[in-house]
Design a protein around this ligand. Structure first.
Ligand SMILES: [Zn+2]
Length: 187
């Protein structure tokens, strides 16, 4: 997949999932949903040569986002490099970046991005919360779970329209990302 096509697909998928995208520079976007801010990075090179980690952090605005989504042909390698860099500035510079690093393989953009969004919405359920509805008992402690986020969209993994719920147990903090579709059994 060409990078330009990837940008187009990525914008479409994220918009379908309710995110607002704004372009930061040639290689990156900020995707916003509620108070969740994700940096979407499509590096033009498949390697990371950093001489000054702090400059990289500053240039990428890593201290202002909740997570970085690396979309690349070598996404896992690149995400690993970014994670190392986050560790590096903590050890060397005492800078604690509270960010999640996600890898999205550009060859399987639709499915991988969908999985990544599912994960990010679950992790940051309080930042994207749009509903507060009681659900069934928590599988761990039995307390009533609460639906914190609900959204309908077309799933590229299941190939149909689905409703996703993020349900949370406030007592033991278990979180579940649940998908319901017309052809799906259970949840
Ligand atoms: Zn519980």
């Amino acid at each position: 997949m060409e990078r330009e096509d990837a940008v187009e697909d990525l914008s479409r998928i994220m918009t379908e999932r309710g995110f607002t995208l704004s372009r930061l520079n040639d290689e990156s976007f900020i995707a916003r949903l509620g108070s969740l801010n994700l940096l979407i990075w499509l590096p033009s090179e498949d390697y990371l040569l950093i001489s000054d980690p702090l400059e990289f952090v500053d240039k990428m605005g890593l201290s202002k986002v909740d997570g970085i989504v690396v979309v690349s042909y070598r996404a896992f390698y690149m995400a690993d490099e970014v994670s190392k860099l986050v560790d590096m500035v903590r050890v060397w510079n005492g800078m604690h970046l509270n960010i999640k690093v996600y890898a999205v393989d550009i060859y399987r953009l639709e499915e991988r991005l969908e999985e990544t969004i599912n994960l990010a919405l679950t992790t940051f359920s309080s930042k994207v919360s749009n509903i507060n509805e009681p659900d069934g008992p928590c599988p761990k402690c039995g307390a009533q779970m609460i639906v914190k986020y609900r959204h309908k969209h077309k799933s590229y993994i299941y190939g149909e329209s689905v409703t996703e719920d993020v349900i949370v147990c406030d007592r033991c903090l278990i979180k579940i990302h649940r998908i319901k579709g017309s052809g799906l059994v259970g949840g």
